[in-house]
Design a protein around this ligand. Structure first.
Ligand code: M6R
Length: 622
């Protein structure tokens, strides 16, 4: 969602902030702004606008080499419409403090009323302006408390006092005109990373904005803050207790976040899937002994093996992967599994017993609902396991144990390679858990060998992009689509529909194919596209029956089928074949043509695939 970049160094801050904000564009935003300390005039220059960063760039003066301290932000509106006034940075009523903020302040209304009663003026409808004004008010000494204890500077002291009044979540970067060589960052529930370059510091909400400058970083934890000057930095809790933080290496290279000749990140990431899955599976499959080696969870196998129930929590695409996981755990490990929307689970009164494992799946590791579900599960005594892509993210750190996807940064808002890797990790977990419970060595070997073949099979599917584009050309003018699958391919139908919706804005519904007769069949009109996943599987003949039902009503069928299936041709207006695989592993293959179809449909309809309207890459607020 929103993005933060802040810089203190020797170079002009303005271009660095703009470059950093561009790196965060993928997260989704509707306005942007920068604030720079001007040492000559000793003031804060704020420039902001609604719309794209390119609009903001058009408003910027030439970079001033003396302006070496600044904060920048991309905003995804929560409180107040996406206009220039509500864009960040926000200045306090005295004009001395400027703030950029990710997250939501839940008690902003109470604080705002109180601050207004003290004479503070507000210009915007945002919760963030409350933070700026609260710091400004406490900094001004109007409340009668003028001096911090010991040698603590007044700016840091005012920030700490303000942070202790806030209820909600924040990632913050703050500057003050009286301290033209000081930048403060703070975090609670919204990520914040400090990059340590040579004679320069960059604070950002996402490593993608840092990696161009340095790979040395410090990840702040909740209720921690950092105070930076050109001479160095110190980290503290918001209660003013000094803390030592470990220096970490940002694992991905700049190359991983470049387009490298692809028209869009989504396309790049679709095409990267063979390589990404090889990275995900690499070193983890032992086909000789029929075992899966997942280093991160080695200490937790006792709890996992004796578990009687698994609850999977996730949102969106990760939830679809979770649903595949539910089928996998049931089939291969014979364990009761249910997949829940994290947003529902967090507010339910779930029954969690001693032997319940809660798995959280999240590409970003920052999704607010998924994180809250993990916290709820932990409070009730569950062992929690994260399946996460972003290393060091909040969910990765909050869960007891976990498995990283290892697929590199996913920039496209529409999740693709993360889905296939999430399913791959779930398959590995299910095989190893099955092996520890009842699966024979031969059965485990079989699935492991088949899993290892998946990347090469995806490579083959990718060669069909032009053929799939033609299908999109023939069908993408239709505004209503159905996606239908059964068994392991039912979650793929949901995922195919989500992909089409989010980037092409076509209304699409994903269903278990048999459910069609219970209502949705009424929607079928002449020429309506219905995408079927009808690969060789235990329910093959059943899905053929469902295809016939659609054709009988004039629907146009796009069928994803197994290579070599001659019979299926008579049922398909458009046919896409994929290599065969055991049905438990098919989702990693059958999803790929649907990703490609959605991509082409969106491009043909003239949409910006990587910046779909209203969407954010990582949903860090409820
Ligand atoms: O980062 P997460 O995996 O937790 O994100 C969950 C969903 O927000 C995400 O999968 C979303 O549905 C994608 N835009 C789908 O393409």
């Amino acid at each position: 969602m929103c993005g933060i970049v802040a810089y203190l160094g020797k170079k002009p801050a303005q271009p660095i902030l703009i470059e950093g904000l561009k790196r965060l564009e993928y997260r989704g935003y509707d306005s942007a702004g920068v604030g720079l300390i001007n040492p000559d005039k000793i003031g804060i220059k704020i420039i902001k606008s609604s719309g794209r960063i390119s609009v903001l760039e058009g408003l910027l003066p030439e970079a001033n080499p003396k302006e070496v301290l600044g904060i920048g932000h991309t905003r995804w509106a929560t409180h107040g419409e996406p206009n220039t006034i509500n864009a960040h940075p926000h200045l306090d009523y005295t004009g001395k403090i400027a703030v950029v903020h990710n997250g939501i302040i839940e008690n902003y209304s109470t604080l705002k009323t109180w601050l207004i009663s003290k004479g503070c003026k507000f210009a915007s409808e945002t919760d963030t302006e409350v933070i700026a004004n609260l710091i400004g008010y406490l900094y001004s000494g109007q409340d009668g408390k003028k001096t911090p204890n010991g040698d603590q500077n007044k700016f840091e002291w005012a920030v700490q006092r303000a942070l202790n009044e806030l209820v909600g979540t924040y990632g913050l970067a703050i500057i003050c005109t009286d301290f033209p060589d000081m930048l403060i960052g703070a975090k609670k529930g919204s990520p914040l990373i400090l990059g340590l370059g040579e004679n320069e510091f960059i604070i950002a909400s996402d490593a993608a904005a840092i990696v161009e400058h340095t790979t040395q970083a410090i990840y702040l934890a909740d209720n921690e803050m950092v105070t930076i000057s050109s001479k160095g930095f110190h980290t503290k809790t918001i209660d003013n207790v000094e803390i030592r933080k470990e220096l970490k290496q940002i694992e991905f290279s700049l190359d991983a976040i470049e387009l490298n000749g692809f028209a869009h990140y989504m396309l790049k990431e679709i095409c990267e899937q063979p390589k990404a899955l090889n990275m995900c599976l690499g070193g983890r499959l032992d086909a000789r002994d029929g075992r899966v080696v997942l280093g991160g969870i080695s200490k937790y196998w006792r709890e996992i093996t004796r578990a009687k129930r698994i609850i999977i929590n996730a949102c969106g695409t990760a939830w679809h992967a979770g649903l595949v996981g539910e089928y996998l755990f049931e089939q291969l490990a014979r364990i009761n599994t249910e997949t829940q929307y994290a947003s529902e689970f967090r507010y339910r009164n779930p029954i969690i017993e001693d032997d319940t494992i809660v798995i959280a799946i999240s590409q970003s590791g920052e999704t607010a609902d998924t994180l809250a579900a993990v916290e709820q599960a932990k409070e009730r005594g569950a062992t929690t396991l994260g399946i996460v892509n972003v290393v060091g993210s909040t969910i990765a750190r909050t869960t007891d144990t976990g498995v990283y996807l290892r697929v590199g940064p996913e920039i496209g808002v529409a999740s693709t390679k993360a889905f296939t890797a999430q399913v791959a990790v779930l398959a590995m977990l299910a095989i190893e858990l099955g092996r520890r419970r009842h699966l024979s060595s031969d059965e485990a070997k079989f699935y492991i060998e088949e899993l290892a073949k998946i990347p090469a099979k995806i490579e083959k599917i990718l060669t069909k992009s032009e053929q799939i584009k033609k299908i999109a050309e023939a069908t993408c003018d239709r505004e209503n689509w159905l996606f239908l699958g059964r068994g392991f391919n039912y979650p793929v139908a949901l995922e195919g529909a989500l992909k089409l919706k989010e980037i092409s804005y076509i209304h699409a519904e994903g269903l278990p194919a048999a459910e069609m007769k219970h209502g949705p069949i009424a929607l079928i009109t002449e020429g309506m596209p219905a995408v079927f996943i009808a690969t060789m599987c235990s329910q093959y003949s059943k899905i053929i029956g469902n295809i016939e039902e659609v054709r009988a009503r004039g629907g146009r069928t796009i069928v994803v089928a197994s290579e070599g299936d001659e019979n299926i041709k008579q049922y398909a207006d458009f046919l896409i074949t994929v290599p065969d695989a055991p049905e438990e592993l098919q989702p990693m293959l059958t999803v790929v043509p649907l990703q490609i179809l959605a991509y082409h449909a969106a491009v043909l309809r003239g949409h910006d695939v990587d910046k779909p309207r209203n969407l954010a890459k990582s949903v860090t607020v409820e």
